[in-house]
Design a protein around this ligand. Structure first.
Ligand code: HEC
Length: 395
């Protein structure tokens, strides 16, 4: 056989074992990257890696138009560089509309980078949607807001007697008040054990410098942070990161966003972390067609996914993009031990008839999903292969 064809075939076979989520290489650079913005020349020494973000379809919100705006995945480009003490990420994404949050009814474009506090065991990474009980994440969040809007991270909505904003009649007073207390530039860092358990870190112990710049239909956002801080240690050869985007014009907020899976970051020139990277890159083995059959028989009564729309609304998380933002390890754990990570209720008003979990008097949550640990190994593997394939197309 022609050598070239052989190589192409080999690459094809090899390629099919790799998921789309190849790892990001953090290149070592000279100089200091503790606070660099998108226009820094330091970025020239590193190449982009594609990362795909998927609509978090866990739950639809009570807003039909909004749901319909959020149907496609988005490819973004990411670079990383390190000076040995700090690491910086650059994320570039297309957005035809620059949205800045400048009053109560608008939403700003924004981005998040999250890191697991503990990533030593790839089978026990935090829930990618802002962590979960016992598996914390550090969340760096930046969004585009006008100079005068947020006060200490909270939207300044003091409500008067008639449910009117008390400043609605007196905008200048509101602006003055906001300027006095606000900071204009919205950038926060949280330690989070889930959507309902986010604590802003204000003591300066976990610093990160974020910037975002809009040009020619693209946003570029950066995060620079120390490799080691009180809550986070990124000094290993590799660690996971996850990205999220909110699109203001699509009214994205809270759980309504685009989300990547955990993506490996390999620090070039530093040993270790190979197991983590490998595990995050390699596709699950299994027969997707058989997995689909098993899912239809066992899961479709509670979960909607793809074209399968049998379950009542809000009965359980919608799995239509679960393969896009979940690792294979998380999917396996969800099947055999639903209590390990209990997905939060993003909107209890919407699904008040269906409790996703019970809470005991100590606050411990038990999932209402039964365990499928009785399935044989092959069936479990096939199911995971099928779940990993569940994701929408990229725009
Ligand atoms: C009785 C209803 C029910 C059945 C049947 C059920 N689930 Fe679930 N599932 C839930 C609920 C409720 C949750 C959210 C609470 C939690 O995290 O356990 C959930 C969560 C999940 C999650 C995590 C979703 C996310 O957004 O992270 C996955 C994955 C999952 N289920 C897969 C399955 C698979 C695969 C099957 C079939 C083998 C199945 N489920 C059967 C109710 C069910």
């Amino acid at each position: 056989m022609n050598k070239l064809i052989q190589i192409v075939l080999l690459l094809g076979i090899f390629g099919s074992f790799l998921a789309a989520d190849s790892s990001i290489k953090a290149m070592k650079v000279l100089g200091n990257v503790s606070d660099i913005g998108p226009t820094s020349k330091a970025w020239l020494s590193s190449g982009y890696q594609d990362v795909t973000l998927y609509p978090q379809t866990t739950i639809k919100i009570n807003d039909k138009d909004t749901n319909e705006l959020n149907v496609k995945a988005k490819k973004v480009r990411v670079k990383a560089i390190t000076d040995g003490k700090n690491i910086s990420f650059l994320i570039k994404w297309k957005d035809e509309t620059k949205s800045i949050q400048d009053n109560y009814n608008t939403h700003g474009d924004g981005f998040v980078m999250q890191f697991p506090v503990d990533a030593t065991d790839v089978t026990k990474l935090p829930y990618v949607g802002m962590g979960n009980k016992g598996r914390a994440v550090i969340v760096h969040f930046k969004k585009a807001i006008g100079l005068i809007y947020e006060i200490d991270g909270e939207v300044y909505t003091q409500v008067g007697e008639n449910n009117q904003n008390i400043f609605a009649d007196d905008l200048q007073k509101y602006i003055d008040e906001a300027v006095k207390k606000g900071e204009g530039d919205y950038q926060k860092v949280f330690i989070s054990e889930g959507f309902h358990f986010m604590t802003q870190i204000k003591d300066g112990s976990t610093v990160g410098k974020m910037h975002m710049v809009y040009k020619n239909g693209y946003w570029k956002g950066t995060l620079s942070c120390p490799l080691k801080s009180d809550y986070l240690d990124l000094t290993h050869g590799a660690f996971p990161v996850s990205f999220a985007l909110w699109d203001g014009v699509k009214k994205n907020r809270d759980g309504l966003k685009l989300l990547s899976s955990w993506i490996g970051v390999k620090v070039v020139g530093k040993s270790g972390g190979g197991k983590l990277i490998n595990s995050l890159e390699v596709k699950p083995k299994g027969d997707e067609v058989n997995g689909e059959k098993i899912a239809f028989e066992n899961c479709a009564a509670c979960h909607k996914y793809g074209e399968v729309n049998i379950a009542p609304d809000f009965m359980a998380p919608n799995l239509s993009n679960i393969g896009g933002y979940s690792t294979k390890e998380y999917l396996m754990e969800s099947i055999v031990n639903p209590n390990a990570v209990v997905v939060p209720d993003y909107n209890t008003n919407a699904h008040k008839n269906f409790f996703w979990y019970d809470i005991d008097d100590k606050g411990v949550r038990t999932s209402t999903m039964p365990s499928y640990n009785w399935l044989d190994k092959k069936s479990r593997d096939d199911l995971v292969a099928f779940l990993k394939s569940l994701k929408v197309q990229t725009e």
